[in-house]
Design a protein around this ligand. Sequence first.
Ligand SMILES: [Zn+2]
Length: 251
Amino acid sequence: MRFYPAAATDVNFPTIRITGGHHTESEIERILKFIHIDSPSIAGWLIVEGILKNGDRREGVTIVNPHGNLNNAFTSAVGADHNSDQPDSTAEDLLRNPGRGAGGRIVYYPWEWHQIGGGRPGAARDEILLHELVHAYMQQRGLSSIRNLHRLRYARRLRRFDLVDDFFAVMITNVYSSECGRQVRRDHHGFQSLNRNAMSIISDPRFAPLFNALAKGDPDLVKELRKIDTAFNPWHPRMDLIDATSVFDDA
Ligand SMILES: [Zn+2]
C-alpha cells in the first residue's frame, strides 16, 4: 500500500490510498500526480485537491487493483450510512438535500487503458481515473446520485449519460481533456466524440437541471470551474464558438 501524496501518511488525513502491488501502485501514483500536478489542467487539480482536502478520514478514498482487465472501472461508497452518500433528489431537483458523505473505493486497472494522451475521447488511463475520482468526490460530499436517467421524461441525449453521477463525471473530465488539448467525450455510451460546443451544452434546456443542481450542491466547485478558460468548458463557454444551430431537441 502507498499513499498519494506520498508524504501524507497521517492516518487521520484523507490521503488517497493505493493498494494491489508495487508495479501497479506506482503507475497509479504517476497518473494521480499527472492529473493533480503535472498536467496543464485546473479541473484535474480541483478534483484531486478536493478529495485530499475534504478533511475527514471517514471520507478517505482507496484505489484497488483488480489484477486484470475489467473493460470498465468502478467506484463504490465506503461507510455510507443509509445511503448517506446520496442526496435526497427528486426528478427535477437532482441534488436536493446533500447526504452526510462517505468514503470511496475505486477499482481500476491502468494497464487496460490507453497511455496518457492516447485512445478515443475519454479513454486514456488518466481520463478513466479522473472520471472515477469525480464519483468519489461527489460521494465524499453526499452529492453522489445514482438516479437513473433512463426515463422517458428525459431526452435521449440525457438518457445516454445513464446516471446523474455520470453526467458530472463525463462533463468535468471533458473540461480536463480540453485543457490537455484532447477531444471530449459525447456521453456515457462508449467513447464517441462530442460534436457540440460548450455554449450548446450549457444552453441546452434538457441539461439545465444538471447544471443547476451542481451549482446549488457544490457552489465552490462551480465557482472554480467557471474560471477555467479552455476550448470546451460549459461552465465558461467561449463566446466565439456560439453555434445556435447546434442546439437541438430530440425528446
Ligand atoms: Zn461513471
